[in-house]
Design a protein around this ligand. Structure first.
Ligand SMILES: C[S@@+](CC[C@H](N)C(=O)[O-])C[C@H]1O[C@@H](n2cnc3c(N)ncnc32)[C@H](O)[C@@H]1O
Length: 327
């Protein structure tokens, strides 16, 4: 009896398949996955179709993104990762963040609190035109600016799919209020029906615990997203060879992660002082350096059995999972 025949006869009898916790995870596979060779080939061949004129792919342009984004061709990017300036006076709180000045690049461009709503509306308003119909965007925001970002997204006609909380391991010490130790990441799309989403985790939750990276003695911009966080966005929302765009490159985290995962990148950074650092960092890695097929991120059978010991009988006997499902 085939599975569909079986299902319909079960339905007739009103019987339901018994729910076994964890069982579906044992045979879960990412919808799309690529070997390293396939990913490398997609990375190379995509170059023939990418259109970014007057800019070039795999470039960081040192200019204001508000001007630059207007020059970009329409429908030219597959993913946006944007971590805009905060709209606070960072120099005032620099010492609390325990950052040694000598390692921090000069010229970080901040936006005043007063002009933040307008600035946010402007750059978010330029996103939709440059996104492909299949594209999505991850926008990082602190809670103080969240209202401005949400208003701008609505005005821009982008669809909010998830509101992710990024929880990190420490925040600035406080005396009369709670310590802020999270950021908001708004996952938005241009077309709800067409956006690409490779659900490579069985149960991808909207709270991400990802520690900030500790980089003692390394040259950097004032803020940096963890590579793990940026890679997660790239893996969920792009294919090898796709173009990842970042309007606020900062330390070039997006560019480095994209290159390491066989994705192409493009973006803006207004602070020209960062150019030598970017050059050094980007020339130090080869395309695909961090690439592994997505199935590598899945828990192993041993790990699943530790969590769900009752599944042992389905993997240790000669009765395979498939047999069980057909039963
Ligand atoms: C929060 S940081 C980005 C950090 C980055 N995500 C990383 O992981 O390193 C924001 C960056 O945007 C830059 N910036 C501010 N206004 C800009 C503008 N109008 N156009 C382009 N870059 C801008 C700042 O100089 C700063 O480097």
């Amino acid at each position: 009896m085939t599975r569909s025949m079986k299902n319909s006869s079960e339905q007739k009898k009103g019987r339901k398949r018994k729910y076994i916790p964890g069982l579906a995870q044992l045979h879960f596979k990412p919808p799309y996955d690529w070997t390293k060779e396939e990913a490398a080939r997609l990375y190379e061949t995509a170059l023939d179709t990418i259109k970014l004129s007057p800019y070039s792919v795999n470039e960081i342009a040192y200019e204001d993104c508000l001007v630059g984004m207007q020059q970009m061709p329409p429908e030219s990017v597959d993913l946006v990762i944007a971590d805009p300036p905060f709209g606070i006076d960072f120099s005032r709180i620099g010492s609390q963040y325990n950052r040694k000045k000598a390692y921090v690049a000069e010229g970080y461009a901040e936006i005043s609190r007063e002009s933040y709503p307008e600035f946010t509306e402007q750059w978010i308003g330029l996103l939709k035109r440059i996104m492909k119909p299949t594209a999505s965007a991850y926008i990082v925001s602190g809670w103080t600016n969240l209202g401005d970002v949400l208003n701008a997204l609505k005005k821009a006609g982008l669809t909010l799919v998830n509101h992710i909380i990024w929880k990190y391991q420490f925040g600035v010490f406080t005396k009369r209020k709670f310590v802020t130790s999270h950021y908001h990441i708004l996952f938005v799309v241009k077309d709800e029906k067409k956006y690409f989403f490779n659900k490579f985790e069985y149960y991808p939750e909207d709270v991400w615990y990802i520690p900030r990276e500790y980089m003692p003695g390394q040259e950097k911009n004032k803020t940096k997203l963890p590579n793990e966080l940026v890679k997660k966005c790239i893996n969920f929302s792009t294919k090898p060879g796709d173009v990842v765009f970042d309007p606020f490159m900062g330390n070039a985290t997006t560019a480095l992660c994209a290159k390491g995962l066989y994705r192409h990148y493009f973006g803006f950074e207004i602070n020209k002082n960062l150019q030598p650092l970017h050059k050094k960092l980007l020339s130090s890695i080869n395309p695909g350096k961090d690439y592994v097929p997505l199935k590598t991120y899945l828990p192993t059978v041993e790990e699943l059995l530790q969590k769900y010991p009752h599944l042992k009988k389905y993997v240790t006997t000669d009765k395979t999972i498939k047999d069980f499902l057909e039963e």
